[in-house]
Design a protein around this ligand. Structure first.
Ligand SMILES: [Mg+2]
Length: 381
């Protein structure tokens, strides 16, 4: 069995190029590596990351993490499953790696936590152990490097269904973590960044993946010979890369979460992973309050390439990974935090029996806003 030569660039402070295959890796084809070779490859690449709080990373039975005095550990886990959270023939491997990590980092951001280390358990079929895995790691480690989150361990197994399970550890000053449960009647509701961009991007990505002309048997056979059994996500044209970035490469709001915690700006926070309607309902339930949001105030994502996101996508689309937080009117929340715009979108009120927890104010009046975001046991969105 031949050993893979990793020619991929060291993870740097830049985002991976959207859908740009690492040409140096393409000649690896479908080389099948042993588990030891794979772990060695991952360890070599993971070792290049900065490791401020990591005393011992990959290689021993456990990783050893160092917390600073007065800190407590924040820990979150997220499971990404092919066919549920990503599609091999839709998402470039770099995006799948990036998104798996971004989901966990976004949870840390919502608590105001500083990332400490990531752990990745990966189950993939044998045909993905070549350049698909290298490109997955390109996306994963590039994001990890930008947020100084070393990959400190994990597991690797052959699996007929690709799965990536991520564990993120972070640190928060003792007793200071931003919780979902702190919102009070009279607080204002804020959101970072833009909403609906991920959902709009996914719709565009699905259009790109549709075959342009009817596939003849001969075309299909020659494509199969050319590509083997490697999944082929659509090539993303340069003019669409910006519009698809919110979906393919969402940016976790770590700096914004740290700012809110350090300056005691927020009474409660949650990250928008499942969609505004669903996540705001979670926050209301945990805080025992109700909320009213104003449709006219929602920062709906205007993609560089039309169509822009719709109100529906902004309310229910999910996977925007922005922060939703509450603060009293006296808090003087800045309009931008670390370069990202912050918008006030509504107000927290007292929960009343028989009244919907979340209402939406539009030009035609006030209506209940049912949570219609991501349902974890429903079909793929
Ligand atoms: Mg979350």
């Amino acid at each position: 069995m031949r050993k893979a030569q990793s020619n991929s660039p060291a993870p740097g402070p830049r985002k991976p190029n959207l859908d740009k295959p690492n040409l140096a890796e393409l000649d690896l084809g479908e080389i099948e590596l042993s588990e030891t070779d794979l772990i060695r490859q991952i360890r070599r690449r993971a070792g290049k990351q900065s490791a401020l709080d990591l005393r011992l990373g990959i290689g021993d039975d456990c990783a050893l993490l160092r917390l600073r005095p007065g800190e407590e550990l924040a820990l979150t886990t997220d499971l990404s499953i092919a066919g549920r959270h990503f599609e091999l023939d839709l998402h470039p491997p770099e995006s799948i790696g990036h998104r798996a990590l971004a989901r966990g980092l976004s949870d840390l951001a919502a608590m105001g936590a500083r990332p400490v280390a990531a752990f990745l358990s990966l189950g993939i079929p044998r045909n993905l152990t070549g350049h698909w895995l290298t490109r997955f790691l390109d996306g994963f480690l590039s994001l990890a490097a930008r947020y100084e989150t070393p990959l400190a361990g994990g597991d690797l197994a052959e699996s007929p269904l690709p799965v990536a399970d991520i564990v993120l550890t972070g640190a928060v000053p003792h007793g200071k973590a931003l919780l979902r449960s702190g919102a009070r009647a009279g607080d204002l509701i804020y959101v970072t960044g833009m909403l609906g961009g991920s959902s709009a991007g996914l719709a565009q990505l699905k259009q790109l993946a549709q075959p342009k002309k009817p596939a003849s048997l001969r075309n299909l056979l020659s494509a199969k010979r050319r590509l083997g059994t490697q999944p082929q996500p659509p090539r993303i044209p340069a003019e669409l890369q910006e519009a698809l970035a919110p979906h393919l490469y969402p940016e976790p709001r770590i700096a914004q979460g740290l700012f809110l915690l350090r300056h005691s700006k927020a009474t409660a926070a949650i990250d928008l992973s499942d969609g505004l309607s669903t996540d705001l309902a979670h926050l209301c339930a945990e805080s025992g309050v109700a909320a009213e949001i104003d449709a006219a105030l929602l920062p709906i994502h205007a993609a560089a390439t039309p169509p822009a996101a719709t109100l529906e996508q902004a309310l229910h689309g999910g996977e925007d990974y922005e922060l939703l937080f509450t603060a009293p009117p006296s808090a003087r929340v800045p309009r931008r935090i670390a370069g990202v715009p912050v918008a006030q979108i509504g107000r927290i009120s007292r929960a009343r029996a028989g009244r919907p927890p979340v209402t939406l104010l539009t030009a035609s009046g006030s209506q209940p806003l049912a949570p219609r975001g991501w349902q974890h046991f429903s079909r793929l969105r």
